[in-house]
Design a protein around this ligand. Structure first.
Ligand code: ZN
Length: 295
């Protein structure tokens, strides 16, 4: 690891949150049942707002258009607290399942909901399930067409159902299929056991020992800003409602195991974030882009 020289302010890393209701997405995507966004997204996102306020830290919230429609007060709370708001799609459809027209409708709807609520232009985008890769790279041109200035969807590793290995690990302009460029803010990955993994978000961050996560953080930060991601439901330790548990009990074993895995170490996750926010400096993505001189 390269030490930060004395008197030099450590680089700003980005703290990002994909604001979505885990219950309604799981009900639709796993069990084929559509339900409205639940209050859980409200309570869990407020926990994140409190966490960030305790550490006097600003972050970037990529908000689902549906969350904005169901809970407009939440979008205003995020904005009033000084955070950046970006778009996370409207109905949380991965781009692999959409054609260009459907993707456009999804993005336009979410963008207009969030712009109406905030009175601000939406500059940033994060795809549901990091679903921008080689096969969906056309979305990058669509984003430029719709006026987005940056994207933060590329996970430069090979994951299960996501990831675009071989892409740059650094923030910077990225070529699109139509020979334009969009600012890309890739998620942080690191090499563990011989393969690149998104160690500072999702299940990896929940399950790895904190000492190891801190070491990985320092290692990446010595080279480039760390881009972390979090979902509000990861900080929700309360059991899901009975209607969800009934569906889960009927699901195939593989689905049951996968869905249960999302609950491991949820209760201790807040403490881990408290520790990181005390130790490292975080900011909004738009701030990070201008500080790294890439704007
Ligand atoms: Zn999402």
């Amino acid at each position: 690891m390269t030490a930060t020289p004395e008197n030099e302010v450590p680089p700003v890393n980005a703290f990002t949150i994909d604001v979505e209701d885990g219950i309604s997405i799981a009900m639709r995507d796993r069990f084929g049942k559509r339900i409205a966004q639940t209050q859980r997204v409200l309570t869990s996102t407020r926990k994140i707002l409190d966490l960030l306020a305790r550490h006097d830290t600003r972050a970037t919230f990529f908000v689902l258009g549906q969350v904005g429609e169901a809970f407009p007060e939440l979008v205003r709370e995020i904005q009033v607290a000084g955070h950046e708001i970006g778009v996370h799609g409207h109905d949380h459809h991965v781009f692999h399942k959409l054609d260009r027209q459907q993707a456009r409708e999804e993005l336009v709807r979410a963008k207009s909901v969030l712009e109406d609520l905030t009175g601000e232009k939406m500059r940033g985008h994060r795809a549901p399930c990091f679903s921008i890769d080689e096969s969906t790279s056309w979305v990058l041109d669509l984003l430029l067409e719709l006026g987005f200035e940056y994207d933060s969807s590329v996970m430069p590793c090979r994951g299960v159902g996501y990831g675009w290995p071989g892409q740059s690990l650094d923030i910077g302009p990225m070529d699109t299929p139509e020979r334009r460029q969009i600012m890309q803010v890739p998620l942080s990955v690191t090499r563990i056991g011989g393969r690149e993994v998104p160690a500072l978000g999702g299940s990896y961050f929940r399950l790895l020992p904190l000492g190891l996560s801190r070491g990985i953080f320092k290692r990446i930060q010595a080279q480039r800003p760390v881009i972390m991601y979090l979902h509000p439901y990861e900080l929700d330790p309360e059991p899901y409602p009975d209607f969800y548990l009934r569906e889960l009990a009927r699901a195939p074993l593989k689905t049951r195991i996968r869905m249960r895995s999302f609950w491991l170490r949820r209760k201790s996750l807040m403490k881990r974030y408290e520790r990181l926010l005390s130790e490292f400096r975080f900011g909004r993505i738009d701030q990070l882009i201008s500080e790294t001189g890439n704007a």
